[in-house]
Design a protein around this ligand. Structure first.
Ligand code: SF4
Length: 373
C-alpha cells in the first residue's frame, strides 16, 4: 500500500501550499515523492479543478484526496473587450465574501494582424491599503491578500483564452493590477516561482515583472532571491514633495531610501530597474520634473516608462497633453535616458493603469498606510 491519507485532517486547499509544502503534505500522506510533481503539474500546468481529473493517480488515491483536500479556484466571472483588443477579466474568488479581482490582457499585434506580445496584468490583493491618490483600487482600501494559487489562476484562465483566440500562450506577465505585490510578498514570490516552473506555467522569469510603490525592505529581499524576474518601481513623481502628495508611502519611504534600495538591488542582481511614471497634466510634466527624473534614472542602470494616464472619475489629476509629453520625452532623450511611452489601452472598458476597482457598493477596506510600512 503506497499511501495512508489521514481523513480526519482538516481539508487543505492544495493551491495555498507552496511546492515544498505540498511535497511535505503528500509525504505525510504516505505518497511516494514523484507523486508530488504529478499533483503539482495537474494543479498548475493542466489546471485541474478536481482530484478526479488526475488520471495518472489511481481511482482509490483520487477518492482519498477528495476526502482530505480541496482545490480552490478563482474563476472568470465576467469579461469586457475593448475596441483596441484589450480584454478585462473579472475573477470571482472562492471565498465566502465573494471577493472579485481584475486582470487585464493587453495584446500587441504584428502588421499582418497576428498576435505578437500577449501581456497580462495580474492582481495580487483584493483592494490595496496604500491609497495612491490617482488609483481607483487605492480608494477601495484593502480587504485581503490573494493566495499564490489565486494569482496563478488568473494566468491559467487567460492562457486558455489566448490559446483559443491567438493560438499561443501569454508571453509577458506584469504584477500591476490590484494591490501592492510586495505587501503580499510571500504569495507573490511563490506565484512567480510557479509561473516560471517547467512543471507549472513554464514562462521564463525574464518575462515576469513585479511592480512596487517602493517598499524598500522587499526590494532588497527580492534582490537576494535570485529569481530572475524584473523589478518595476511606480515612481510617478521625481521629488519628495510631489510624491508625498500623490503616494502616501513616500512620507515614510522617501526617495533617499528608495535610492539606497535600488542601488542595493542593482549591486546584487546586475539587472536594470524600470521606473513607471504616469504623466499628469500640469503636475509632473514640466522640464524641471524631467530633469529630476533623469537624476533618478541615473541611480543605477534603468529604463523609464512614461505612461499616459487613463482619467479616473473623481480624481483631480488628469492625463498630460501631447505637447507636454513630447517636450518631456525630448528632455529625457537629450540626457540619454532610455524611455518609452506607454499609450493608454482599454480606455473604453476602464482597463487602464489605476482604474481597476472592486466594489460598487461603497464598502471600504483598510487603508492604513502606517501599518503597511
Ligand atoms: S497604485 Fe498600486 S499601490 Fe497605489 S493604491 Fe493603487 S494598487 Fe495600491
Amino acid at each position: 500500500m503506497e499511501h495512508q491519507i489521514n481523513k480526519s485532517d482538516q481539508k487543505r486547499d492544495f493551491k495555498s501550499l507552496s511546492k515544498s509544502e505540498l511535497a511535505s503534505l503528500l509525504e505525510e500522506f504516505g505518497l511516494a515523492s514523484y507523486r508530488s510533481d504529478q499533483v503539482f503539474q495537474w494543479l498548475y500546468q493542466k489546471g485541474a479543478d478536481s482530484f478526479q481529473e488526475m488520471t495518472n493517480l489511481s481511482k482509490e488515491l483520487r477518492n482519498e484526496l477528495d476526502e482530505a483536500a480541496v482545490i480552490k479556484k478563482a474563476a472568470v466571472f465576467k469579461r469586457q473587450e475593448s475596441k483596441d483588443g484589450t480584454i478585462k477579466f473579472l475573477f470571482q474568488l472562492d471565498d465566502p465574501n465573494e471577493y472579485k479581482v481584475e486582470a487585464v490582457l493587453i495584446p500587441d499585434f504584428y502588421d499582418d494582424g497576428t498576435a505578437n506580445r500577449l501581456t497580462v496584468c495580474v492582481s495580487s490583493q483584493v483592494g490595496c491599503m496604500f491609497g495612491c491618490s490617482f488609483c481607483a483600487t487605492g480608494k477601495m482600501g484593502y480587504f485581503r491578500n490573494l493566495t499564490h494559487g489565486e494569482i496563478v489562476d488568473q494566468v491559467q484562465a487567460i492562457n486558455e483564452v489566448t490559446e483559443e483566440r491567438f493560438g499561443k500562450k501569454i508571453t509577458n506577465i506584469v504584477y500591476m493590477g490590484m494591490g501592492e505585490p510586495f505587501h503580499n510578498y510571500k504569495a507573490v514570490m511563490e506565484s512567480a516561482r510557479i509561473i516560471s516552473d517547467p512543471l507549472g506555467i513554464d514562462l521564463s522569469p525574464r518575462r515576469i515583472t513585479i511592480s512596487t510603490v517602493g517598499l524598500t525592505k522587499q526590494i532588497k529581499q527580492l534582490a537576494r532571491e535570485n529569481l530572475g524576474v524584473n523589478l518595476a518601481i511606480s515612481l510617478h513623481a521625481a521629488d519628495d514633495e510631489k510624491r508625498n502628495q500623490i503616494m502616501p508611502i513616500n512620507e515614510s519611504l522617501n526617495l533617499d531610501k528608495l535610492e539606497n534600495a535600488v542601488k542595493f538591488y542593482f549591486d546584487q542582481t546586475q539587472k536594470p530597474v524600470t521606473y513607471e511614471y504616469l504623466l499628469f497634466d500640469g503636475f509632473n510634466d514640466s522640464i524641471e520634473d524631467a530633469k529630476k527624473l533623469v537624476q533618478i534614472a541615473r541611480w543605477a542602470p534603468s529604463k523609464v516608462n512614461i505612461i499616459m494616464y487613463n482619467n479616473v472619475a473623481g480624481v483631480e489629476l488628469k492625463r498630460a497633453k501631447e505637447g507636454r509629453l513630447n517636450h518631456f520625452m525630448k528632455a529625457l532623450s537629450d540626457a540619454s535616458v532610455t524611455a518609452t511611452v506607454r499609450r493608454s489601452r482599454g480606455d473604453d472598458i476602464d482597463a487602464g493603469c489605476g482604474q481597476l476597482a472592486i466594489r460598487e457598493d461603497g464598502i471600504k477596506g483598510k487603508s492604513l498606510v502606517k501599518e503597511a510600512e
